[in-house]
Design a protein around this ligand. Structure first.
Ligand SMILES: Cc1ncc(C[n+]2csc(CCOP(=O)(O)OP(=O)(O)O)c2C)c(N)n1
Length: 590
């Protein structure tokens, strides 16, 4: 949390980006959650003076931002790397139109895929979109570069990307804060169709203009004060950017370093001057060989680059890659117990997947907490590609699998459905499909930390708002059948799902029950009656982390974890699961 009066505060990279935007006088922040970017907008919402909004997806977020910018005010957009794919359509043309109020897009990459379905290097997509990129290496730079990006966006008439990555977004560092610029210099809305209506005749002109705007930026890049040269030993000079700078400092403390802050377009003069001042040039960067190929294309002789192209960099990997002694560099501690992710005790998603497993359904899945159903013992999700993919994939499968095959069911969370699932349903209805679609409506965007979304009836600013009525929307979009179920009621959930897969036409099943973590204070835990338990193991197959096998093979329920959702009571045919109390082995007391 940051406050206006504090001058030096400890901030995460994400908080620092929010603070930088706030100090730049940003009027609106808009984005879609995604690790590791989510906290930027959550923090901006707490700072006051600016309005923060969750959009249903990143494309809409960017389009809202374009509107704010056209209205002459500064706007911050936030997303994770894959979000930029979703926003790519407006992004590529936004570079042509340019901006009015400064428009800055914070994109956080996730090298190592701590919480993502793929690894992408945002620099590549931003370069393809002809959008400038600034890369901070720590929280202080995150604040300063974000703040400067607004001014540059207006000066060069371009949207700017600030590229972060997990270690920068989530590490904390001391940051000097400043005052808010209350009156950024751009005026209000002004009609200018030739700049903002991208029909071919206008776009051809703006296309040429874009190249010259980027050229002006490249020419002025040395005066922007975002690249930094640190001269030390000149045997090897390392060119790097972002978090890789710190790996270089640790692995080669004596080497000279050119730390690039602006990585698109590159400051050729700065790079050539640095290359001339050292004997050999090395490039160290995380993910794609973006700098390496750019430098080679410029004719700079890059002699050393051997670092991994996948995963997060470590100082040790950098030292190894550059042929240095690694003895002094610590290795990660080996042999730590793994902590595989697992659905929480009482998670409502579990009931749906338990039924789908019993139905031997082919389940096209999507992205959210429910993706964990792919893991044993539920093992009942067959695919996970990108947000919204489940519904289109189910329709595709149904076009080719025979009627006697296993039933096909698409499952998708409420936030993901609002993000990019609705058009999949429209497609299935339009093309006379037979899909059964289950929306797992747990009343929140759980996976990224419980953000509100169009289904929850509350905004990021904490206001009550109109709730997206999933059942009504399903009817309006033409689903042949719309049913709402309680996923904790296992028998009836399975019955409804079986009926819906047997029905022709598109079925929408809304499995509605709040995320277990939203019900923190409403626990009535259950325990095991040892006398009645036959050690059959059926309850274990629910995959609830509160249930384990005791040494005698019987079930054991940890009351500290159990939230009393009742699912295990329903699967136990021996009535061995009972309200926690003296009659049962409650494992350590309530
Ligand atoms: C394009 C894109 N944007 C953001 C994300 C990050 N993300 C992963 S799952 C998810 C939403 C999950 O919410 P929901 O669908 O409601 O399922 P829940 O986790 O609540 O079960 C988000 C935002 C992503 N993977 N891809």
């Amino acid at each position: 949390m940051v406050s206006e009066r504090v001058e030096r505060v400890l901030l995460s990279g994400n908080e620092a980006v929010a603070r930088g935007a706030w100090e730049a006088g940003v009027a609106v922040g808009v984005g879609y959650p995604g690790t590791p970017s989510t906290e930027v907008l959550e923090c901006l919402a707490t700072l006051g003076d600016a309005r923060s909004e969750w959009a249903p997806n990143e494309k809409v977020a960017l389009e809202v931002a374009v509107g704010v910018s056209l209205g002459g005010r500064r706007v911050l957009v936030t997303m994770k790397h894959v979000g930029l794919n979703v926003a790519a359509d407006p992004l590529f043309t936004l570079a042509y139109t340019g901006v009015r109020g400064g428009l800055v897009i914070l994109v956080a990459d996730d090298p190592g895929m701590h919480s993502s379905q793929n690894e992408q290097d945002t620099r590549m997509l931003a370069r393809a979109a002809k959008v400038p990129v600034l890369e901070p290496s720590d929280s202080q730079e995150a604040l300063l570069m974000t703040k400067a990006a607004f001014e540059m966006s207006e000066r060069f008439d371009l949207p700017f990307v600030v590229r972060s990555s997990t270690r920068i977004s989530h590490s904390k560092g001391l940051v000097e804060t400043g005052a808010r610029d209350e009156a950024p210099p751009v005026g209000g809305y002004a009609t200018d169709a030739r700049k903002y209506v991208m029909m071919p005749g206008n776009a051809r002109v703006r296309r040429v203009d874009l190249e010259s705007r980027l050229e002006v930026l490249a020419d002025e890049s040395q005066r922007l004060d975002v690249d930094r040269v640190e001269m030390r030993d000149t045997v090897v000079g390392v060119i790097t950017s972002g978090v890789a700078y710190w790996q270089v400092r640790e692995a080669l403390p004596d080497a000279s370093v050119l730390k690039l802050g602006l990585t698109n377009p590159l400051s050729e003069d700065t790079i050539r001057e640095f290359a001339k001042s050292v004997d050999r040039v090395a490039v160290v960067e995380e993910l794609d060989p973006y700098l390496e190929t750019s430098l080679r294309a410029m004719g700079v002789e890059v002699e050393i680059t051997s670092v991994p192209r996948t995963g997060e960099l470590t100082a040790r990997a950098v030292a190894e890659g550059l042929g240095r002694d690694v003895a002094a560099l610590r290795e990660p501690i080996a042999g730590l117990p793994g902590r595989p992710p697992v659905m929480c005790p009482g998670c409502p998603h579990r009931g749906v997947f338990y039924a789908l497993k019993r139905m031997r359904a082919i389940v096209t899945g999507d992205i959210g907490c429910y993706t964990l159903a792919a893991l044993p013992p539920l093992s009942s999700m067959d695919t996970c590609v990108c947000m919204g993919a489940s519904i289109g994939m189910a329709h595709g499968l149904e076009l080719v699998v025979g009627e006697d095959d296993r039933p096909v069911v698409a499952v998708i969370g409420d936030s993901t459905y609002a993000h990019s699932g609705l058009t999949g349903l429209v497609n299935a209805v339009y093309n006379r499909g037979d899909s059964t679609i289950v929306v797992l409506d747990n009343r929140t965007t759980a996976m990224t930390g419980h953000q509100d979304n169009p289904v929850t009836g509350r905004t990021l600013m904490g206001e009550e708002t109109t709730e997206l009525d999933l059942a009504a929307v399903g009817v309006a979009l033409g689903a042949a059948s719309v049913r709402v179920i309680d996923p904790h009621d296992l028998a009836s959930a399975e019955e409804v799902l079986r009926e819906e897969v047997a029905r022709s036409g598109v079925s929408l099943v809304v499995a509605k029950a709040p995320c277990a973590l939203l019900l923190k204070d409403e626990h009535s835990p259950v325990g095991v009656d040892d006398e009645a338990c036959t050690a059959c193991g059926v309850c274990i197959r629910l995959g609830c982390p509160a249930i384990s096998k005791a040494q005698d093979g019987k079930a054991f329920i940890d009351v500290a974890l159990c939230v009393g959702c009742g699912q295990c009571e329903q699967v136990c045919t021996f009535d061995a699961i009972v309200p926690a109390g003296p009659a049962c082995d409650i494992g350590g007391g309530v």
